[in-house]
Design a protein around this ligand. Structure first.
Ligand code: 6PG
Length: 231
């Protein structure tokens, strides 16, 4: 495994069990953070996998006015495009609970990758450290919009991403310097499509996901299919 990091693997029997456990984990981390310092600073994952978790959070009871929300990455599409990670999270959860609009910090990716990354850097710098960074993983081992083979400045908090192998090609992503400056890092992956990347990660391949550290390690939630426990 590249550089010693504690990765806690949590294998759930199925996606539904995983979504229930992850939603519960997020709510308990939030309660502890709000107890500890009065607010909960969370970074949201994009893609499809977290949608069901967001729906569960929308139905939950929490001290929503004390939540502060950022995004791990965004697709350079119009602000109201349904393929935007911010739009997915808003539809599934954020517009259904009383988190103050001023506490939700979308990436202005509609401006284009370079200006949006520049604008978001200042917001992220002021927010660090995060309490929780929630991430997904692609079948090639990418996370947020950090793709295999892409090279970024190590200390850059937010990257402009071009030529992404997953459409759209232009994206904005938090860098490892930001994603790892978090009390908790939680990665979720479901389905047999993610199995090969999980195996490569476990074998020590230097995939983008393998560079996740957090301040205290990484918690990875898998369903049986992603963990390779289903034929
Ligand atoms: C994005 C995501 C990306 C995602 C993975 C997994 O904007 O596409 O942030 O990193 O988490 O590609 O996507 P799925 O959950 O849809 O499989």
């Amino acid at each position: 495994m590249p550089g010693d990091v504690s990765v806690n693997w949590h294998v759930m029997p199925n996606a539904e069990e995983l979504e229930r456990a992850v939603a519960q984990r997020i709510l308990s981390l939030a309660a502890a953070a709000i107890d500890g310092h009065g607010s909960f600073r969370i970074v949201l994952a994009g893609g499809r996998t977290p949608a069901a978790v967001y729906r569960r959070l929308a139905a939950a009871d929490a001290d929503w006015p004390r939540w502060q929300v950022w995004f791990g990455d965004e697709r350079c599409l119009p602000a109201d495009d349904p393929e935007r990670n911010s739009v997915m999270a808003a539809q599934q959860w954020l517009t259904r609970v009383p988190i103050p609009p001023a506490s939700i910090h979308p990436i202005p990716a509609e401006q284009g990758a370079v200006p949006a990354a520049a604008a978001y850097r200042a917001q992220v710098r002021a927010a660090l450290p995060f309490d929780l960074v929630l991430l997904g993983m692609g079948e090639d081992g990418h996370t947020a919009s950090l793709f295999p083979g892409h090279v970024h400045a190590q200390d850059e908090l937010v990257h402009a991403v071009h030529d992404a192998p997953k459409p759209p090609a232009d994206r904005v992503s938090l860098g490892l310097a930001a994603l790892n400056d978090a009390e908790s890092v939680l990665l979720i992956a479901t389905g047999s499509g993610k199995r090969a990347a999980i195996e490569r990660w476990r074998r020590g391949e230097d995939l983008p996901v393998a560079r996740l550290r957090g301040r205290h390690g990484v918690d990875v939630y898998l369903d049986a299919a992603a963990a390779g426990l289903e034929d």
